[in-house]
Design a protein. Sequence first.
Length: 304
Amino acid sequence: MTQTAQAMVVPVAIPAAPGRLADFATLAKPRITSLVAATAAGGYYVGATGAITVAGLLNAIAGTALCSAGASALNMVMERDVDAKMERTRSRPLPAGRLGMTEAAIFGSVLCVAGLAWLAFATNWLTVALGAAAILGYVFVYTPSKTRTSLSTPIGAVPGALPPVIGYAASHGALDAGAASLFLILFFWQLPHFLALAWMYREDYAKAGCPLLPVSDPEGGSTARQVILQTAALIVASALPFWFGMAGPGYLAAALVLGAGFLALGAAFCAARTRTRAVRLFLASVIYLPVLFGALALGRASIL
């Protein structure tokens, strides 16, 4: 090819395969999906009434994780314009232009269908219905609400609280007070967790047009009060597995100590609403949940 011909060629950027694979993995929000898988596993374990099989546990985890990954990808498709306006998210595959909307939507849809199909073949129809409810609630109720109302946080906490209930239904075959207690733990945990994150990035959310509480509450008084109230409610919810006979007194002691520590950091944020204290509260929430579920698993084992 001559130099003149070469100069006339329009370069087309074709991402390398490893880069594209990483971008598709990003669509699945692996950190959130791993947390979903962990809570689904915890729900499966504490919901089991007989011997736990490795195959049954892995099937519940896999199906729930696929549903979560698919819903996350569809969430990114629907939020691509919002993500493009935020410093924290503008480098994601869709707003950055590394992946197209159609291929991302197909990817997310395939994962959702695969997750529901996996649950249908390996568990029961109650579990499938809960998986479908989590997908629909997250993608079609929570996602559009983020740019419309400050209530999007508790709205999103509903589908976000379903993974351990999905695991519970997979092993227990029914919903009861035990499933309700797991739902409440996840529901109330998400509120201080997300409020801390939203406070850290409130300017970003304001630029994107998301009327979250920290955006409409520049002084942070209402945000701080909600952190305290919801963390206190979380402490009460975390005691319910003991109350319902799902775990022994060792679990209750661990839950109360963890809750007291979480509440102390919430109170510190309430006293001085700085980014540093919001970061500490957020990191504490990330540590709190797996430790609590670990304590619940040990507490469950102690009474079997």
